[in-house]
Design a binder for this molecule. Structure first.
Ligand SMILES: NC(=O)c1ccc[n+]([C@@H]2O[C@H](COP(=O)([O-])OP(=O)(O)OC[C@H]3O[C@@H](n4cnc5c(N)ncnc54)[C@H](OP(=O)(O)O)[C@@H]3O)[C@@H](O)[C@H]2O)c1
Ligand SMILES: *[C@@H]1O[C@H](CO)[C@@H](O)[C@H](O)[C@H]1NC(C)=O
Length: 287
């Protein structure tokens, strides 16, 4: 290995460790009795977050479209130690459901300490075929509902000195093939909530915003799409979920999980053609 490469890698490692050591410490007790709303919690990372919050003794509201599945998740939350667990079936692509869900949570719990926005509508894993209607629908489900719910919950979060947690993706910072509509919704989230982070800080707001950048996570829906298509490693949903919760509880502005997603984002602008080569060759694609 060349000396300059060694120096480069060593400085990246030092910078990384410095950031990790400065991370505020997490106290599980801080979540006992916390009033939490988690979206997209019928399956995947959202379901795992519900179980972790339950284990920490939180009061939980979960939502997604399938009420029958949510009911089972809520029951498991109670058995794991949640102080309260309610569910509400809702479609986040509709105009009124995002507000209705926040109202339900405020009504049931009397306020909110954490709003965890995590849901995504289903989207194909394929080359862009010109389906503008699907992309508009996905924007409603994955983006507009987020800003609507955040705005609706903000006064309560100000009162409780609460936190807004946004589950985003590496694909919200690095465009990737086969997911153009999905990538667009995640870029929109990063742009919007990045701007809101500045505005809240400038207003000395009580509310913290955490934007979570995830790499590939082993949920059913993700694995179904990439199985046999890519050899990118997938990380466990339960671990991703725990890291998101800790990031919110410690009021950190960003999470990168797994850690190397941060590294990929850093180097992509320094070596654009290498990055493009790697991205385009990490999929089995035969035209
Ligand atoms: N898995 C990954 O590899 C990965 C990578 C990076 C980032 N992320 C992010 O992590 C988050 C969770 O991903 P995941 O893999 O856990 O997703 P998932 O398993 O597909 O779960 C999506 C959740 O959203 C709900 N949902 C779907 N359409 C909805 C709608 N129209 N209205 C309301 N709820 C709806 C689903 O429940 P119903 O079907 O019951 O509605 C489900 O609970 C997402 O924000 C995703 O972008 C995931
Ligand atoms: C911030 O929190 C404090 C303490 O709870 C509260 O008195 C104050 O009104 C809050 N600020 C806003 C803008 O709501």
């Amino acid at each position: 290995m060349k000396t300059c490469t060694k120096i480069f890698l060593a400085s990246v490692a030092v910078a990384f460790l410095a950031v990790k050591w400065n991370a505020p410490s997490f106290h599980a007790e801080s979540l006992r009795g916390a009033r939490v709303l988690v979206t997209g919690a019928s399956t995947g990372i959202g379901e795992q977050m519900a179980y972790h919050y339950a284990h920490f003794g939180a009061q939980i509201i979960i939502t997604a479209r399938r009420g029958n599945v949510l009911q089972q998740v809520a029951e498991k939350c109670l058995s794991l130690g949640a102080q309260k667990a309610y569910y509400i079936a809702a479609d986040m692509a509709s105009e009124s459901d995002p507000d209705r869900v926040v109202e339900f949570a405020l009504d049931k719990l009397g306020g909110l300490d954490y709003l965890v926005l995590n849901h995504i509508g289903p989207s194909p894993f394929s080359m862009w075929d010109g389906d503008v209607e699907h992309t508009k629908w996905l924007m409603k489900a994955n983006f507009f509902s987020y800003i609507q719910m955040a705005w609706k919950a903000l006064p309560s979060l100000e009162q409780s000195q609460g936190s807004l947690v946004i589950v985003s993706s590496l694909l919200g910072k690095m465009p990737s093939p086969f997911v153009a509509p999905y990538t667009s919704t995640k870029f929109a989230l990063n742009g919007f909530f990045g701007a809101l982070q500045h505005e809240l800080a400038m207003k000395n707001s009580n509310v913290s915003i955490s934007i979570c950048t995830l790499g590939l996570i082993d949920t059913e829906s993700a694995m179904e799409k990439v199985r046999g298509v890519t050899s990118v490693p997938a990380y466990p949903a339960t671990d991703a979920a725990k890291n998101i919760i800790i990031t919110g509880a410690t009021r950190q502005s960003e999470l990168f999980y797994p850690w190397f997603t941060q590294f990929l984002i850093l180097i992509k602008d320094w070596f654009p053609s290498t990055t493009s080569y790697i991205i385009q060759n990490s999929y089995n694609y035969n035209p």
